[in-house]
Design a protein around this ligand. Structure first.
Ligand code: UD1
Ligand code: CA
Length: 454
């Protein structure tokens, strides 16, 4: 049967104590709900329907580019009521897979098994055992070990509260059965809500088999209700990513101290030191080394390049065998050719740096095109902004820019030119010549320093 996914995401999330709706709280840099939508997409569902409520417009806006049917649950009258809102989108002959917007770590493989366990004539429940089942609905079984119902914490007897097998909230059955059962729910319980879990008792009444599907790794079904659980989920996610990277052969100096908030692709023999943060899409070529405390966003780095500690690289393309940092920053639009070097306290923005060129100390380079084998001396600054517009600096191959030079853009330095230290360059510099722009040095003989008046 085709699978249609319903994601419950209307809950208030009051325990987050945040202005951001719960399902938009970030896990590994992406909203909780996005993780669940990714799982729904991975099961090749025909359709994904999200039941939203609290913070609705912000939630919808965040996923504007996804193919989702949105259903508003204006009042949160319970999980059963939430599913009722989605029924207009559900076909009788589909398997409806119910996921929760606040259970983001579930694996696609697990929900595939759950959906497959619900054929046209059964109800499949994802369950697990927890050492501390407090707060969860308990799975009640009869003497023959068949599931007979789910009892919520608030409605359970002391005896039932001792049971450790719990309902994860994820389930699957045909649209036809779901529609029949939802029509029979009543809010006659401790919370006065329409409980989705009551469909289990309906199934039993109708003689429909209830199939529990156990999930061995209970972290998969961790529900996120507060910031403590959010941090717990973040730590679990971090472990998963680190494991996958090590599996591929990446050396992580400390697998607990790497954060990947997006996609990280690594070649062979990559080494990543502690506290590196990767955001968006990052690619590291063979043999790349990432020093401690790097933050790298939407950037590709060529084979053999070494990023020394404390660098921040963003939307940049770095070639092979480059050396960067420590304490270097590349901003969007940087392209570095192979064998180039950026040293400490160098900031580069929207510039091309040619092969083998070096900018080793304390510089700002913006809107520049720098050729190959150029040496940019310490403290050199491109004055690219006149207060209204940005202007370009062009430096030809093999040029040598002395220390403390200001290049007032737009300006062009010819290939092989040498610019003397301390010069403020406002006009084009011809190729292969030396240019100096500085006042003559003079000596004032016999000059006395002032002395402090007594
Ligand atoms: C629910 C289950 C419980 C299970 C637990 C697992 C019921 C009655 N209980 O309890 O058996 O152990 O999940 O985490 O189903 N939601 C809506 N609209 C509502 C109410 C909830 O969309 O009116 C959504 C929430 O956003 C959340 C999910 O449904 O994603 C679960 O709701 P929640 O209030 O957390 O249910 P629990 O009381 O934890
Ligand atoms: Ca919950």
């Amino acid at each position: 049967m085709d699978v249609s996914v319903v994601i419950l995401a209307a809950g208030q999330g009051t325990r987050m104590r945040s202005d951001l709706p719960k399902v938009l709280q970030p896990l590994a840099g992406r909203p909780l709900l996005e993780h669940v939508i990714d799982v729904a997409e991975a099961v090749q569902s025909k359709q994904i329907c999200v039941v939203y409520g609290h913070g609705g417009d912000r939630v919808k806006a965040q996923f504007a580019n996804r193919n989702i049917d949105w259903v508003l649950q204006a009042e949160q009258l319970g999980t059963g009521h939430a599913v009722m809102q989605a029924m207009p989108f559900v076909q009788p002959d589909q398997t409806v897979l119910i996921l929760c917007g606040d259970v983001p770590l579930v694996r696609a493989e697990t929900v595939v098994v759950l959906a497959a366990a619900a054929d046209s004539d059964s109800l499949a429940l994802l369950t697990t055992k927890l050492a501390d089942p407090y707060g969860y609905g308990r799975i009640i079984r009869d003497v023959e070990d068949h599931v007979t119902s789910i009892v919520e914490e608030n409605d359970a007897t002391d005896e039932q509260r001792k049971l450790t097998e719990i309902n994860t909230g994820l389930m699957a059955c045909s649209g036809r059965l779901l529609a029949q059962w939802l029509g029979r729910l009543a809010p006659d319980n401790a919370q006065g809500e329409y409980y989705l879990t009551d469909i289990v008792a309906c199934a039993i009444e109708d003689g429909v088999p209830v199939v529990p599907v156990g999930v061995a790794d209970c972290v998969e079904v961790l529900g996120i209700n507060d910031k403590r659980q959010l941090a717990e989920a973040e730590a679990i996610y971090r472990c998963r990513v680190a494991d996958a990277l090590m599996e591929q052969g990446v050396t992580l100096v400390d697998p607990r101290r790497i954060d990947v908030r997006g996609k990280l692709a690594c070649g062979r023999d990559v080494l990543i030191d502690i506290n590196a943060v990767f955001e968006g899409e990052v690619e590291l070529g063979d043999g790349v080394q990432i020093g401690a405390n790097a933050v790298i966003r939407d950037t590709s780095i060529g084979a053999g390049t070494v990023i020394h500690p404390h660098c921040v690289l963003e939307q940049s393309r770095i070639g092979a065998n480059c050396q960067i940092g420590p304490y270097a920053r590349t901003r969007p639009g940087v392209e570095m050719a192979d064998d180039a070097k950026l040293g400490n306290f160098v900031e580069i923005k929207k510039s091309r740096i040619g092969k083998g060129s070096k900018i080793n100390h304390l510089s700002y380079i913006g809107d520049a095109i720098i050729g190959a084998n150029v040496n940019v001396g310490a403290g050199t600054i491109t004055c690219n902004y006149d207060g209204a517009n940005k202007h370009r600096t062009t430096i030809g191959d093999g040029a040598f820019i002395g220390s403390g030079v200001e290049l007032v853009a737009p300006v062009e330095i010819g290939a092989g030119a040498t610019v003397g230290a301390g010069s403020t360059i406002t006009k084009a510099v011809p190729a292969d010549e030396l240019v100096l722009e500085r006042s003559q040095q003079r000596v004032v003989r016999g000059w006395k320093r002032p002395v402090k008046l007594t």
